[in-house]
Every structure is written in C-alpha cells, then in structure tokens.
Design a protein around this ligand. Structure first.
Ligand SMILES: Cc1cc2nc3c(=O)[nH]c(=O)nc-3n(C[C@H](O)[C@H](O)[C@H](O)COP(=O)(O)OP(=O)(O)OC[C@H]3O[C@@H](n4cnc5c(N)ncnc54)[C@H](O)[C@@H]3O)c2cc1C
Length: 380
C-alpha cells in the first residue's frame, strides 16, 4: 500500500490549483450572482487538457488515470464548483462514455473535439418523471430503418445551452423495459431540438442547467452508442464512474471551505485572542479536517479501484455518499467560524455552502447511493 502521490500526480494537482487561483477565482462571485456561464474559462480549460483528461490520446485526450482526474477536480472545486461540474460532465460522463463504448467513427467525429474543448458535451438522462427511477424513460426513439425519431423532454441538463453534443437516453421498445433503452449522440443543430429556459438555482449558479425538448428529431442510426438496447447499461456504467468525479467535487468544496475557515480563525480576534485559540473553534477545525481526510481516502480508493480495473460501484457510491455529507457539514461549520462575515458573499463560504447541497442530489441522490451500497454489502 502506498499513500504517496507520484511526481506526475503532484504536477497535475498543482497545475489545477494554479489555474483555479489565477483564472477561476477572479470573477467567481459575479458569475454566481449573475448565473453567468464562464465560456472563455471553459475554452482555456480545454486548451490546458482539463476537459478530456482520461480519454485516449489518439482522440486528443490526456490518457491520464482517474487519480489525476480527481486531484484536478478537487482543486477546481475548492474555488469554483460551477466550473468543476462542467469539467466533470464533459470528462467522466461524455468523454469517458464515448471513449469506452463509442465506435471508431463516433470517436473520430465527436470525441476528438470534446477532449480539446473545441466542443462541449452534455449527458441527458433525467426527465420530469424519471430522476432516481431512471428506468421510467418517457422520451422515445422510434426505429425508422436508417434513423431514429426522438420525442420527449429531458430535465436538469448541465451544460444545457452551452453544449454542442448531447448524449441522450431514450426508450425504443417499451415492451423490453430497460433493455429497450438506447443512447444517442445528438448535435445541437439537429432539427426539432429545442433548449428550454434556464433554471434559477440555489448553488452552482455559474453552470447552465436547462430542460431540453425533442420534437421529431431525426437521429442517424450511426449515432446510436453500442448495440440496440445498450442505452440503460451505458447510462449506469457511465454514472458509476461519474460519481467518483462528483465525490471529488464534494471533497473540493469541503476542503476549500475548511482552508478559508482555518485561515480566518488565525486572523480574527475575539476576547483578546485569535478565535482559533478558543477550543470550540479549534475542535470544529479538528472535526472538519478529520472528516475531509476520511472523504479523501474514500475518493482516492474509488479512483484507484477504477484505475486497477476493479469493480468501483461500491467504492464510488461510498465515496459520493460520504464526501457529499462532508461537503454539507464542513461548509455549514465554515460559515459558523466566519461569524457574520460568513453570511456575506466576499468571504466565499456562503457560496460553497450553497454549492455543497447539489452533491447530495445529482448523479444519484444520497438515498440512491445507500441503495447501491446496501445491495452490494448484502448480496453475499
Ligand atoms: C443542478 C442540477 C444539475 C443536474 N444535471 C443533470 C445532468 O446533466 N443530466 C441528467 O441527466 N440529470 C441531471 N440532474 C438531475 C439529477 O440527477 C436528478 O435531480 C436526481 O437524480 C434526482 O432525481 P429527481 O430530481 O427526479 O428526484 P426524485 O427521484 O423525485 O427523488 C425525490 C426524493 O425521493 C428520494 N427517493 C427516490 N426514490 C427513492 C427510493 N427508491 N428510496 C429512497 N428514496 C428515494 C430521493 O432520494 C429524493 O430525496 C441535475 C439536477 C440538478 C438539480
């Protein structure tokens, strides 16, 4: 067992840390306030290789391991969780999904542009009636020989209006239930594809979340991913890895809030001494640090499992469950350590607290993670 990062891992972590401090930090408060999508910054992240980190180099990807990816996710999320969710969706849902299950033509045509930031991707599974219960797909994809006709609505789609390529899950054969579901690559300018209004959100307000409508959208057969009926398995496999990215996002939000709280506690004085000298505050920091370290170990273990070719369904679910709870607990305490200053925007912790909540909801709620974990531990 080796808990040490390699030199390459440290280089990637430091590059993400520098980028977050130099590029994401200025303007992060304004973007949150205005719900502004950081288009130029996403482009820069693409140029620096943060958008296709794990994808194969022959399609423009970084060919890196999952540990590198979670290290970058943690650093970006310490500063700007809106930017990091875009990185997460593009890397672990869209690029990984296409790299692992797409065919040669799909990889050449789509993946090679998604890895470089030339194009941005979105992953479209959720619907008004299909969130946790993803098998209840109402969006239909009717087989018309050389193409499919898509009809329906997707909800809560990250990168909803900013993406160029959308991976869309839809029901082809209702009789076959989840085995009759397919996954498709839909281009933004396909006729009949319509972007709904932007959601007004509590947190990750810089990321654009939209509903999407499909009105008789003609999708060529060559845009189906995998064999007929592979769509549900595609979505579940992809989300299982995606959860590791969201766990790293939660870890980053927690670590970012903790670092701010620790620094603040060493400067702010009350009753003649720095507040970190009051045991109530010092113990809060001790609890935060311990919870974060536990989350970091779970996240790293899940990433390591994936890199070793081990099953990561259980470790990924545990990492997400624990890291997202840590993000909530730690950000609430970070606001408390800041007192009144914690309640205003300039000190960043109130934003991190709002951002933390989503990590318990998307890519499988905490309740769904407990279903995954309990099924796994009870099966033998
Ligand atoms: C900001 C944001 C971004 C998102 N981005 C995307 C995206 O890019 N692509 C995408 O496809 N989706 C996306 N989602 C959707 C997200 O994945 C779903 O909201 C989530 O899976 C929960 O589904 P739901 O909202 O329908 O809640 P529901 O499924 O209705 O759940 C409501 C509550 O019931 C609980 N519950 C449901 N079933 C059970 C059960 N069997 N046992 C115990 N409790 C249960 C849930 O845990 C939850 O607490 C996003 C959501 C948000 C808010």
């Amino acid at each position: 067992m080796d808990f040490k990062l390699t030199e390459e891992h440290i280089m990637i972590r430091d590059a993400a840390r520098d980028f977050a401090k130099q590029e994401l930090l200025p303007g992060v408060i304004e973007r949150d306030e205005k719900q502004e999508f950081p288009k130029e910054l996403i482009k820069k992240m693409g140029e620096l290789g943060f958008l296709g980190m794990m994808a194969s180099p022959e399609y423009g990807g970084g060919g890196m391991d999952t540990i590198s990816y979670v290290l970058a996710m943690e650093e970006l999320s310490k500063i700007d969780a809106s930017a990091s969710v875009m990185v997460s969706v593009n890397n672990s849902l869209v690029c990984w999904g296409l790299d692992t299950f797409g065919n040669e033509e799909q990889k050449k045509k789509y993946l090679s542009k998604l890895t470089t930031g030339e194009k941005l991707g979105a992953f479209c599974l959720s619907e008004p009636e299909a969130g946790s219960d993803a098998t209840s797909q109402r969006t239909t994809a009717i087989d018309k020989g050389d193409h499919y006709i898509l009809n329906g609505t997707k909800n809560w789609i990250t990168n909803g209006s900013s993406a160029d390529y959308y991976l869309v899950i839809a029901q082809t054969d209702k009789e076959k239930k989840h085995k009759g579901i397919n996954a498709f690559i839909v281009e933004k300018d396909f006729e009949g594809f319509e972007i709904g209004p932007k959601e007004q959100k509590l947190g990750i307000r810089g990321s654009d979340t939209h509903s999407l409508n499909f009105n008789d959208v003609k999708v060529p057969k060559e845009n189906r991913i995998g064999e007929d009926g592979f769509g549900f398995k595609f979505a579940m496999k992809t989300l299982s890895g995606g959860r590791i990215g969201i766990a790293a996002q939660a870890l980053g939000i927690a670590a970012g809030a903790y670092e701010l709280a620790k620094d603040y506690s060493k400067q702010r004085k009350a009753f003649g001494t720095e507040i970190c000298n009051h045991q109530a505050i010092a113990f809060k920091l001790a609890d935060m640090h311990t919870q974060i370290e536990a989350a970091r170990h779970l996240v790293m273990k899940a990433a390591w499992d994936k890199d070793q070719g081990e099953n990561y369904d259980l470790s990924g679910a545990m990492a997400k469950l624990h890291a997202s709870k840590t993000a909530m607990d730690v950000t609430v305490e970070a606001v408390q350590v800041h007192g009144g200053n914690g309640y205003v925007k300039e000190y960043h912790v109130e934003r991190l607290m709002r951002d933390a909540k989503i990590t318990q909801i998307y890519e499988g709620t905490s309740e769904i993670q407990k279903i995954v974990i309990s099924r796994s531990i009870l099966k033998d």
